[in-house]
Each structure stands twice: as C-alpha cells, then as structure tokens.
Design a protein around this ligand. Structure first.
Ligand code: SF4
Length: 321
C-alpha cells in the first residue's frame, strides 16, 4: 500500500473537500446487485452471472464470495442453474442460447437500457437504419447492437464518424446511456444537420443517473486542484466523470479504483479536492477515500448537491414472485 507515510507537503495541508451529490450507486446498479443477492437466496449457489454484474471489482468480489460465478459466455453456465444477465444488457442471441441450453435467464439489465433496446427494435421494425452513438466494445453497446440483424445498426463514436458515415436514407439514432452529455449533444447536432429527417429521442438516451452525476461534478470542478472519481477503469460513467471534471475547470482529475492503494503523492500541494463516484461504486469506497485523506490532513467536507435521486426499480419478476 502506498502512502503509509504521508508526503510532508500533504501532511501540512488543510484540504477542502467538495463532495458531489448525487454520486455512487444508481437505481439500475442497486437493482442488478439485489438481483444477484436475491437469486442466491432463492436458488442457492452457484448462480451464474454473464459479465461483471456492474463494473466494480469490489462489488464483484463480494458477490463471488457469496457464491456468484462470473462468466463471459453462456457456454460457461451450467444447465439447470440460473443465469443472470448484467445491468449492461446482452444481445438477443445470448438469451436464445441460454434457453436452448435449459438455463433460466434472469434479466438484471437496467430498465433504461431495455428502453434503448426497444427503441432500436421499433426503428428496425419500421425499416429504419439505426445510428448508435456509443463506445465500441462496451458491453452495453454490444447488447444494443445485438437487438437488430447484422448491418442494421451503424456505430458512431466520434464527431468525425458522424461527419463521414453514409447510411441508408431512412434513419434513426439511439445512444448509449452512460455517455458524456456534452459530447453526445455535439454528435447528435451533426447527425440532425446532415440527416434532417432522422428520428430519435427528444435529446438522447443518456440516463438520469449519468446526467445527474455529470451535472454534480460540474459544480465541484471549477477551480478545484483535483477531482477524484472513485470508480473502476472499466466503468464508462466513471471515466466520463473524469472528462467532465476536466472540461468544467478542474486542474486535474483522476480515477481512484481502490482508495486503500491510492498514491497520496498525486494530490501533493492540493488545497481544494473534489470527490465523486461512478454509478457502480459502493459508498464505503468513498468513505474509505475520505478516511485516507483525513489521515494526512485536516479535512473540511462540504457536500455540493445538484439534485436528490428518489428513483428505484423493481426486482425482476421471477425473483419478486
Ligand atoms: S447508469 Fe443509468 S443506465 Fe446504467 S444502470 Fe444506472 S440508471 Fe441504468
């Protein structure tokens, strides 16, 4: 562990902590984790989970210890046992594969990701080609593209992509739920300029939780010496919080995957530190980071609240019943 002996400059510092709210677990992540816990209680171990249930190693390790087995392909699940699909969603083919192997699928896909799936299927059903704005290789994008036949969806990652694609005439767009609000808006502007008849959501499919966390980080970032985003490198919304903090005026911003091993040298000389966390990050990791900061300086924690979140999603029917 780094930082057992605090650097001298940091040890003398008084840190003002701007703590963003909302931060951490969103309703979709809470539901997904609850789904695994409830399935373990109902069916006993092992319960298989396709992909990390949410992108946070600490959550995954805790569920592993309870009896969850994380796999990447349906082939690795055992027939007769439940298989949970992660919050990010999965292609239709993965559900078909599970049923063909006598595996009971339990769907922990976030309802807001499902909404995007339904939009894509509706557009394709009406003969429209879909432009999906998102990050190649992210499981949510793989799942969304897998709602339509091959060739029916074109992925756009950047403004340059949006300027150069040449899709068929009848067009619609959809977005990944965890994008940067500002980047997505610029890409949508290009698409609507180039393809005036393009169909799409009123603004984007970026979910309320992603928007709220980005708006909150915009409040804590201006003038901050650094913004620390507690979250995993695989977490799309956590990475977007780092980018948003930098654009909003933080002098530096970085992910903190594990607060216990965070190198305190990285904030040497800082006086004002913003703290937030991605939608898949448990609050105890934020508390652990604050405790480490408090161990090297007097900290003055000021919560900066953008809005309150009161959303919750129901447990999947199979478990609720
Ligand atoms: S970040 Fe948004 S889309 Fe993803 S699980 Fe949370 S609420 Fe659902």
């Amino acid at each position: 562990m780094t930082g057992a002996t605090p650097p001298a400059d940091v040890a003398r510092a008084t840190l003002t902590i701007r703590l963003a709210s909302p931060r951490g677990f969103c309703a979709g992540v809470e539901r997904a984790i609850r789904t695994v816990e409830d399935a373990l209680a109902l069916f006993g171990a092992p319960v298989f989970v396709r992909h990390e249930i949410v992108h946070n190693a600490h959550v995954v390790e805790r569920l592993k210890a309870m009896g969850a087995v994380f796999i990447e392909t349906v082939d690795d699940a055992a027939p007769g046992r439940p298989l949970i699909f992660s919050a990010h969603g999965a292609p239709q083919s993965a559900y078909d594969e599970a049923r063909a192997r006598d595996i009971t699928p339990i769907d922990a896909t976030c309802p807001l990701v499902h909404k995007v799936h339904q939009e894509i299927r509706r557009h394709v059903g009406k003969g429209r080609h879909v432009v999906l704005i998102g990050h190649r290789g992210h499981p949510e994008v793989i799942g969304a593209m897998g709602q339509a036949p091959a060739g029916a969806v074109t992925l756009v990652e950047t403004k340059e992509d949006a300027e150069t694609i040449t899709p068929p005439a009848s067009l619609a767009y959809a977005t990944q739920t965890t994008l940067s609000i500002d980047d997505a808006a610029q890409i949508i502007e290009i698409l609507t300029r180039r393809f005036p008849g393009i169909e799409g959501p009123r603004r984007s499919d970026i979910c309320f939780a992603t928007q709220n966390r980005q708006e909150a980080v915009k409040l804590i970032a201006p003038g901050a010496d650094t913004v620390l985003v507690v979250g995993s490198p695989q977490s799309s919304n956590s990475n977007r919080l780092v980018e948003t903090a930098l654009v909003a005026g933080a002098r530096s911003a970085m992910l903190v995957d594990d607060p216990r091993s965070f190198d305190l040298e990285k904030i040497k000389g800082a006086r004002v530190v913003g703290v937030t966390s991605g939608a898949s990050t448990p609050e105890d990791l934020v508390e652990s980071l604050l405790a480490r900061l408090a161990s090297i300086a007097r900290i003055d924690v000021r919560t900066v609240e953008k809005t309150q979140e009161i959303v919750s999603f129901k447990t999947p029917a199979l478990l609720a019943g």
